[in-house]
Design a protein around this ligand. Structure first.
Ligand SMILES: Nc1ncnc2c1ncn2[C@@H]1O[C@H](COP(=O)(O)OP(=O)(O)OP(=O)(O)O)[C@@H](O)[C@H]1O
Length: 249
């Protein structure tokens, strides 16, 4: 199982005017934990995610995934962005098996897995569709199914539902809850949206404005399984008020 361990991580982007994006980040994410990273625009959420993904290098500090130092991207960490970058000329099925196929994996291993992931993301009826024939929400599902087919035990999600309309966003949040309850991957989910963070996460880390620091850790005591209805309860709203207080603080 893959946990994430971040200790004293700093990140400054070099340049004529260097930008300090992260300031002494300490973070422990347990294997199978669902963590949301919440904070204002520019506080370094994507930077932290990109460091864990191996897209960027930290300026100093230690960053371990499954007890191994991160030095480059790898199939142990699947990344989902706001827009699923699908190949427009490939079908849903071809997009999802593309990664393992080019990596030379065994068909007998990745095909059943791809089928299973397309099933749990509700795409079984759309295998022959091209991305252009799908809605934004469905394209994001393909993006998620593709990452899950790689077998990554860590999912790094950078505002994956940020470009979707409110209704689709709710559907996708429920879909993600259902997928996560089946697979129990470790998830780091970046969002601006407090409701989304509470609904999805076990633990929320609130980051302060630049340079990004971890300001507070909040355990979400809402029982699972959760549904959209949970967002209207008194306990949910109380927690939301508390987080708003912390953010304004
Ligand atoms: N490649 C880069 N080079 C220089 N500065 C960068 C680079 N990437 C990000 N930054 C700066 O680092 C800071 C943190 O950016 P980052 O994208 O991590 O924040 P964020 O919290 O994810 O913001 P948002 O919620 O708006 O996406 C910002 O001031 C940004 O301008």
């Amino acid at each position: 199982m893959s946990g994430i361990s971040i200790s004293q991580v700093y990140k400054t982007y070099p340049g004529a005017t260097p930008v300090q994006a992260l300031d002494n980040i300490d973070l422990e994410i347990q294997p199978g934990e669902f963590v949301a990273l919440l904070g204002p625009s520019g506080c370094g959420k994507s930077t932290l995610l990109n460091l864990i993904a191996g897209f960027e290098r930290s300026s100093s500090g230690t960053l371990l995934v499954n007890q191994r130092a991160v030095s480059r991207p790898g199939p142990d960490r699947g990344v989902v962005f706001q827009e699923a970058a699908l190949f427009p000329w490939l079908t849903v099925w071809e997009n999802v098996i593309f990664g393992p196929q080019v990596a030379g994996a065994k068909k007998s291993e990745y095909e059943p897995r791809a089928r299973e992931m397309l099933e749990i993301t509700g795409l079984s009826g759309f295998l022959d569709h091209l991305p252009v024939q799908l809605s934004g929400g469905m394209r994001q599902r393909v993006g998620i199914a593709r990452v899950l087919t790689l077998g990554s035990r860590v999912l790094l999600m950078d505002e994956p539902f940020g470009a979707l309309d409110a209704q689709t966003r709710l559907t996708m949040q429920e879909l993600l809850l259902s997928v996560w309850s089946k697979l129990r991957t470790t998830v780091l989910f970046v969002t601006h949206d407090i409701d989304e963070a509470i609904l999805l996460a076990d633990t929320i880390y609130v980051m302060s404005a630049r340079p990004g620091r971890i300001q507070t850790r909040i355990d979400v005591p809402i029982e699972r399984p959760r549904t959209i209805e949970d967002t209207t309860t008194a306990a949910f709203n109380e927690l939301k008020r508390e987080i708003l207080r912390q953010i304004r603080h």
